[in-house]
Design a protein around this ligand. Structure first.
Ligand code: SAH
Length: 227
């Protein structure tokens, strides 16, 4: 990409961030967030979303909407990526698990904020492409793996935060188990084609788990075997 195109991308990225901030304000009653954390905004500003899309999609990279990435899967709407990252409430020293690598974009946004990201994708070609895109973009603090994220990543547990980017009918128990005390899980729950809502699930310092419904959303389903 030449210098002019890179500038054009960053102009579009700024516009995307402004739209996201507007949506955050509009949904503050449901989400409890009136504005995004400055670290989340800084991450959105840095990550080049066009790097995580199939070739030829650069023109749409900074539209605030989900896009097809192949294998019937989608890269989430930027607003949802921003909101989920914000809700996860992570800090620079944290270790985070993502279930549903998809394009790798959400993993990159997290990698700008935290120490280490572990991300699992069930569809092998998608996971492979995402790993290449993350490496090409220079993210050394993201590890990816092909597999069923329902069972988490036991060898790397426990995690300060876990983010699931596919909708599950209920919270997978292994993910609760792999969350640190004081940690947080952000996950869309609901039926594959029906109503789904984003939930924030907290495990307090004593290990007691509570949940809060945040916003109605639409995600691809969490599956148990490769599509
Ligand atoms: N976070 C992604 C969004 C991808 S959509 C991004 O930023 O682009 C959700 C992804 O979850 C899809 O790629 C889908 O294949 C994957 N997925 C579905 N069920 C899964 C499972 N059990 N384990 C791991 N990944 C899963």
């Amino acid at each position: 990409m030449n210098a002019e195109a890179v500038d054009e991308m960053s102009v579009r990225r700024e516009r995307m961030i402004a739209e996201i901030e507007q949506l955050v304000r509009e949904t503050r009653r449901e989400t409890g967030r009136a504005a995004l954390d400055v670290r989340v905004i800084a991450a959105l500003r840095k990550v080049e979303r066009h790097r995580f899309l199939p070739p030829g999609f650069s023109a749409q990279a900074y539209d605030n909407r989900p896009l097809a990435i192949g294998a019937g899967q989608t890269i989430s709407q930027p607003f949802i990526v921003a909101l989920m990252t914000d809700l996860l409430n992570v800090a620079p020293g944290d270790k985070v698990l993502e279930v549903g690598t998809g394009s790798g974009y959400q993993a990159a946004v997290l990698a700008e904020i935290v120490r280490a990201v572990f991300s699992i994708e069930i569809i092998e070609p998608l996971g492979r492409e995402a790993a290449l895109a993350l490496a090409a973009a220079g993210y050394r603090n993201v590890q990816t793996r092909i597999g069923d994220g329902y069972t988490g990543w036991p060898d790397e547990a426990p995690f300060d935060g876990i983010i699931v980017t596919a909708a599950a009918p209920y919270v997978p128990q292994p993910l609760i188990d792999q969350l640190k005390n004081g940690g947080r899980l952000v996950i869309p729950l609901g039926e594959p084609q029906g109503v789904q809502s984003l939930f924030v699930i907290d495990k307090d310092v004593r290990g007691t788990v509570t949940r809060r419904k945040v916003l109605d959303v639409r995600f691809v389903p969490l599956t148990r075997r490769p599509g």
